[in-house]
Design a protein around this ligand. Structure first.
Ligand SMILES: Cc1ncc(COP(=O)(O)O)c(C=O)c1O
Length: 327
């Protein structure tokens, strides 16, 4: 289990404040009722966002897109966020600035804090909290060099039951089952198939493969989260002149791939060197993975001007900023 401690989410010790319903509170004060609807039924939505420090100062990667996805997820799960997109965006910047943690993993969560039992709940107050913790590598500090993934016996829930494009709390039950199974078997990550046996995604990442110079990834009609890193990688690959095909993909195609990699906010771009004991390519990150990785890391660290619009600047704070109120 030591592996999980090393790999997992960053320690929260460095956290100074949590933004809760418009107020910055001490982390010890950021409490939710044990009878909260979200705790009992998993009806909540969240985002995972990264802050990076670069030569021009701190910035948040694709912030507006993350905020948009948070609102989309909350619409699917009937959780009306009591703020505008602009207010949420500013609250995230404020939380990042006040905590001043770099690189950071920022976690806004929308939930019903109850107390209320009974699943058909549309009346309990909808709350928003935002935390920022130090970011580590989700798949281990050496994940840029390639990880080992296991094809999971647990299938991805079908979107007819739980829409995968919403980043919802309850969706992660499947990720938990697949991820813990893979790690108990000594793998770094799980690959979930959909109910028809086509490739879906990782527990917290989208999946890509390369074959004969073409990049492939499961399409938007699949049971996948429409990852913001996925979208960035598609754009970077296309700009490099590499064709990108989005389609249903089989396990056979994956095992025959020249290169495989995961993408995600926390995992960033993680080459996969082995899938369920099958070596991918020559067992090392392939050239297209490396090229995309290189541009991605230069982009997030503020060294690549082409995609500079993806970085939302965070002002350095001389003193705490004004509080953001409820609408
Ligand atoms: C299930 C799942 N798929 C894919 C991703 C990758 O999405 P993104 O690149 O927006 O972080 C994530 C991470 O948020 C995830 O949890």
């Amino acid at each position: 289990m030591q592996r999980d401690v090393e790999k997992g989410l960053g320690t929260a010790d460095a956290m100074k404040k949590i933004w809760m319903n418009g107020t910055l509170v001490d982390p010890a004060e950021a409490k939710v009722s044990v009878l909260s609807h979200t705790l009992h039924y998993g009806v909540g939505v969240f985002e995972g966002i990264r802050g990076y420090m670069g030569p021009k100062g701190g910035a948040i990667f694709r912030l507006a897109d993350h905020v948009k996805r948070l609102f989309l997820s909350s619409k699917v799960y009937r959780l009306p966020i009591p703020y505008t997109e602009e207010q949420v965006l500013k609250a995230i910047v404020e939380t990042q600035a006040v905590n001043d943690i770099w690189p950071s993993y920022i976690r806004p969560i929308v939930y019903r804090d109850g107390p209320a039992l009974g699943v058909k709940n549309l009346t309990t107050k909808v709350s928003l909290a935002i935390a920022a913790v130090p970011a580590k590598k989700y798949l281990g500090e050496k994940s840029d060099e390639g990880i080992r993934a296991k094809i999971s016996p647990f299938r991805k829930a079908h979107s007819d039951a739980m829409p995968a494009l919403a980043k919802a709390v309850g969706n992660y039950l499947g990720s938990y089952l697949a991820g813990t199974d893979a790690s108990q078997d000594g793998y770094d990550e799980a690959i979930l198939l959909d109910k028809n046996g086509f490739l879906a995604e990782g527990t917290g990442e989208n999946l890509f493969m390369v074959r004969s110079g073409t990049v492939y990834t499961p399409g938007t009609e699949g049971d996948i989260l429409l990852g913001i890193t996925r979208d960035s990688v598609i754009r970077i690959a296309q700009d490099l002149g590499v064709p990108v095909v989005q389609k249903q993909l089989s396990v056979g195609e994956l095992l025959a791939a020249d290169e495989v990699f995961f993408t995600g906010t926390y995992a960033e771009i993680a080459p996969v060197r082995e899938v369920s004991h099958y070596t991918i390519g020559n067992g090392k990150p392939g050239p297209i993975t490396r090229d995309v990785q290189d541009i991605f890391y230069r982009t997030v660290s503020g060294e690549e001007s082409k995609y500079a619009a993806w970085l939302y600047p965070v002002p350095a704070l001389a003193r705490p900023v004004a509080r953001t109120g409820r609408r």
